[in-house]
Design a protein around this ligand. Sequence first.
Ligand code: ADP
Length: 402
Amino acid sequence: MITVAVTGGIGAGKSTVSAALRDRGAVVIDSDQLAREVVAAGTPGLQAVREEFGPRMIGPDGALDRVALAAVVFSDSAARARLEGITHPRVRARFTELQRQAPGDAVVVNDIPLLTTLSVAASFHLVIGVVADPDVRTRRLVGRGLSEADARARMASQLTDEERASLSDVIVHNHGEVAGLESAVNELWTGRLLPFEANTRTGRPALRNGGPELLPPDLRWPADGSRLAARVSAAVGGLPVDHIGPTAIPGMPAKDVIDLQLAVPDLLTADRLSADLTAAGFPGVPGDDRDTPHGGTQDRADDDPARWVERLHVNADPGRTLNLYLRVRDAPNWRWALLARDWLRAEPAERAAYLDVEQAANRHRAGAATDSADFSTEQWIDAAYSRGLRWALRTGWTPNAR
Ligand code: ADP
């Protein structure tokens, strides 16, 4: 089973996309509907609203007087927070209950307008953002009976498309005909959601499509890194996760691969977290558990291969190539990943040299054995290691003061 959020501004087409996914077999849970259910007449939720906000909030028919409640919470953020303290936990509990009732191989889709923070985005395997031009949305909403001013005011109070894009793994553009939307949803369902679900259920990595060629820097990589790091961290009880590697260096051409590093207290913990990571869509790759010491430090402890052991997890989602390294906090491989990133961010000449080596390795890879191309990159990194360490000493860099 995987859980997928469908989010978007009013009139963008969330409900339409959710319905199209339901037609293909998804189990759809509508957050708006849950929010109404948990304060329906006769529920403990409604009783709690009455206790908090007074009997005036209940109409003569025993149902919530939405107009009266809206008048209280609309301009009073503390009151709104008290209301959400009543509704949100109940919506979450009901969501969990419905999710439990879904078949083990379900793609559970949550139509959720209020997906506004990274921590909520991180609680799903995947977030689909539906976007459409403001004029198109206004036309649709006017078609549904809203006034144009009302439609525009509501749109203005919601996230911008850029904010939404940074919280979304997939953007569905819904500016045009429903037929175009249907084919985008088809592609998403068969090309991504079904294999993602099957891979997650069976603990299998997705087929890779990121790399090997170097792409120009993609402005979405930083947001992808933050979102995926938040998702991994949420899956393991909040341990720190950093975006590392070439896609974490602004302006750097790179393979379309997000590298993440999860800091664990020890390898036993790494192995204990493996099942949780797999369930969250990040299956392990057994056997691939050793980085090589880069050496040259004159520090015998740092050069000990036993201190460079790690665990590798990847992605069950075929739409995003990702490497997740589990490394022991304060071990030399953990420290070097953070140092190399910060050093290359700070030193343009070193960045250019690294890119040269990567490009040469890539040309080489196109015509020769992959192993030797990787070897030349590794050689450069071995030599760079001591330069990076010297830079850290000179600048007072430490992995924790970030
Ligand atoms: P949301 O749930 O994001 O508020 P809806 O899915 O309810 O948006 O869509 C808003 C309105 O626009 C609905 O009446 C819907 O039928 C219509 N609609 C959605 N997508 C399209 C489209 N591609 N072409 C025409 N009308 C659309």
